[in-house]
Design a protein around this ligand. Structure first.
Ligand SMILES: [Zn+2]
Length: 263
């Protein structure tokens, strides 16, 4: 091989390495959390800290929010795919189901407004309430995994963590219970062929603060392409159902559409 050719090849390899690094950077970036809206309208305080209903595990409320940072979700992936060509779109999501009482009520409200959403389900609930998964999908919604039994994945053995992530509901999207994640959890989610999906807006419906409080929180923080966290399981959800009805009516009037994430 001539020295010149070797140099050309060498340059090519170097270029490939640079390109590879750039791609890695880009990929790494897409896996970075989507920054939460820093503030509400007119500089109002940010939405509540990420919180998750502790049920069905008997954990104290809010203990499931070990992450004190802002709610995060990977930019792109499921929401980008689902919102192509539609900028004024919101992604409602419902955790901890399916529930035989509340999931059908949520589905009714969604259908009333031509809305779709994503349901992050538990393996235990799916097994206990067969048929709801199919009903959700048939209505044009999508299903994400919320693990099998709602443990805090950052606080269990690697074996249990692996089981909860790999053997839970079938989906391309995974939302860790309580939003509790770390590099090991994320690595397992990725190895299982899924994308971690958190949220942008937590209207705290799990705490049952009153229907209007939930509505106000959603309206104050709803932004294009935001993911909104709600619950169709884990307890009595009458406020969630009523708040969803009100919020969808108002947001639809503002020109929003409501899509299911590509899970
Ligand atoms: Zn949950």
């Amino acid at each position: 091989m001539s020295r010149k050719l070797a140099a050309v090849i060498g340059t090519g390899v170097a270029a490939a390495l640079v390109v590879g690094s750039l791609i890695a950077l880009a990929l790494g970036h897409t896996n970075q959390p989507k920054p939460a809206s820093a503030s509400g309208p007119n500089g109002a305080p940010p939405s509540s800290v990420p919180s998750e209903t502790p049920t069905p595990t008997p954990t104290p409320t809010n203990s499931g929010s070990p992450e004190t940072g802002k709610p995060r979700t990977p930019a792109g992936d499921p929401t980008l795919a689902a919102s192509a060509g539609n900028k004024k779109v919101l992604f409602f999501s419902f955790d901890d189901g399916p529930d035989p009482v509340w999931t059908p009520k949520i589905l009714q409200v969604l259908a009333k407004y031509g809305a779709h959403a994503t349901f992050f389900q538990l393996g235990t609930m799916q097994a206990a309430h067969p048929g709801l998964r199919e009903q959700i999908l048939a209505a044009g919604n999508t299903i994400g995994s919320h693990s099998i039994s709602h443990p805090q994945l950052t606080a269990i053995t690697p074996q249990k963590r692996h089981h909860e992530i790999f053997d839970g509901p079938v989906s391309k999207c995974f939302r860790p219970p309580y939003g509790a994640s770390n590099p090991k959890v994320r690595a397992d989610i990725k190895a299982a062929g899924m994308v971690q999906v958190l949220w942008d807006v937590d209207p705290r419906d799990w705490a049952r603060p009153g229907t209007q409080a939930i509505v106000n929180n959603i309206l104050a923080h709803a932004r294009r392409r935001n993911i909104i966290l709600m619950h169709d399981g884990g307890g009595e959800r009458a406020q969630t159902v009523a708040a969803l009805d009100k919020a969808l009516r108002i947001l639809k009037g503002q020109g929003y559409t409501f899509a299911a994430m590509a899970c």
